[in-house]
Design a binder for this molecule. Structure first.
Ligand code: XIL
Length: 387
């Protein structure tokens, strides 16, 4: 059985003998680290059918988790979020460091944290061109398509099988399309992705089988395509829309489309997110915002953003969340870690930062306040969403 808050509650209601670890009297029937004194949190205000998540790097932040003495990050993570995504811990280089070696230690720590805090887990990711181990990069130079298929099938069956029943959504294929500024334009990454490269004659067949292997290993998980620059309607999401239709026509168990939501104030804001989600939902897919952050260009010597930048950041986080709230098929909204000191942004986008919804002292930013207000407004039975 899927060990999630929802299934625990159902199980507890159905059979009083099934008692979650954190159950107790009515007053404390919540997991440790879960601030039951404060119901005004993202997770508590969200509609019941929308998970509110954060990425967390378990290897760095969860290995020493003690439910009786959580760090401030762990306390806020447990209190505010109903879903967690391993920021790095389920990627190939972390979980499959050598051909015959799987290392589940930090990913297992994340799943244990989620269970202790009544949270669900988003799996990330199974087929990607980045953060592959050196052995994959080396071996792939001589792979035939059959070689690549065998390696990918073993990986997907082993990893998805290990977490069977623990993961509600899996990012099966991540960033498999190039951008329109890449050489060759928007097309499948048959150069950068070693698996797609080995199967460049028919990459769609490989992608379809990746979903089939994942579905066989965990039939209950919702299986996602996931990418950046995939929020609005654009050339890249048009390509995903075509691919999704083709996979579905082939009977592939594709069941979700994820927009990462990595935005920057250096660029304009695309207001077609809801329309984009609606077209994927019309195919019968779940949709999600999977990695939201909004980075801000910071001038040399500046300690923080201007009030206008702070307000614009809040507006963009909120607009992504509202698009999700307005589309009933939107099943999860995840921010890509916090606080700013933990963000991937400064290392990858020099000169940009302040991208998360919590300051380094864990005080909430206006972006957090705006999201909380929208979640309050969207409580099932009020508007616009029913749980
Ligand atoms: C990032 C992590 O946040 C970093 O810690 C890591 O060094 C690089 O990867 N798209 C994705 C995520 O799908 O996996 C990436 O995460 C951010 C971009």
């Amino acid at each position: 059985m899927r060990r999630s808050l929802r299934s625990l509650l159902v199980a507890t209601a159905a059979a009083s003998l099934v008692v979650p670890l954190w159950a107790g009297t009515a007053a404390n029937a919540e997991p440790p680290g879960f601030s039951h004194a404060d119901k005004d949190t993202l997770r508590n205000q969200a509609p019941r059918d929308l998970a509110i998540g954060s990425a967390v790097w378990a290897q760095r932040d969860l290995l020493s988790y003690d439910p009786a003495a959580p760090t401030e990050l762990q306390r806020v993570l447990g209190a505010q979020f109903s879903s967690v995504t391993p920021e790095n811990d389920m990627k190939w280089d972390a979980i499959h460091p050598a051909p015959d070696v799987y290392d589940f230690a930090s990913a297992d720590a994340l799943v244990a944290f989620a269970e202790a805090n009544g949270q669900e887990v988003r799996g990330h990711t199974l087929l990607w061109h980045s953060q592959n181990p050196a052995w994959v990069t080396a071996a792939s130079s001589t792979w035939t398509c059959d070689d690549a298929r065998a390696v990918l099938e073993d990986h997907i069956r082993t990893v998805v099988g290990h977490f069977k029943g623990e993961i509600y959504e899996w990012d099966v294929a991540n960033e498999i399309f190039q951008d329109n500024w890449d050489a060759g334009g928007v097309r499948l990454r048959t150069e950068a992705n070693p698996f797609l490269r080995a199967c460049a004659d028919d990459p769609v067949a490989l992608i379809g089988d990746a979903f089939r292997w994942a579905h066989e290993a965990d039939p209950d998980a919702v299986l996602f395509l996931n990418d950046y620059n995939a929020e609005g309607i654009n050339e890249k999401t048009d390509a995903y829309y075509d691919l999704a239709q083709r996979l579905l026509a082939d009977g592939v168990p594709l069941s979700g489309f994820g927009a990462q939501g990595h935005l920057s104030l250096l660029y304009g804001f695309d207001t077609s997110i809801q329309a984009n989600f609606e077209r994927f939902a019309a195919l019968g897919l779940k949709v999600a915002v999977t990695e939201a952050d909004v980075r801000i260009p910071l001038l040399d010597g500046e300690t923080g953003p201007t009030p206008a930048q702070v307000a614009e950041q809040a507006a963009r986080y909120d607009a992504m969340l509202v698009a999700c709230l307005n589309v009933p098929a939107c099943s999860s909204f995840t921010v890509w870690g916090f606080p700013d000191a933990n963000s991937w942004v400064p290392a990858v986008f020099p000169g940009e930062g302040w991208a998360t919804i919590f300051e380094d002292d864990f005080s909430p930013k206006p972006a957090f306040d705006a999201m909380l207000a929208s979640l309050r407004d969207a409580t099932p039975g009020i508007s616009p969403r029913r749980g």
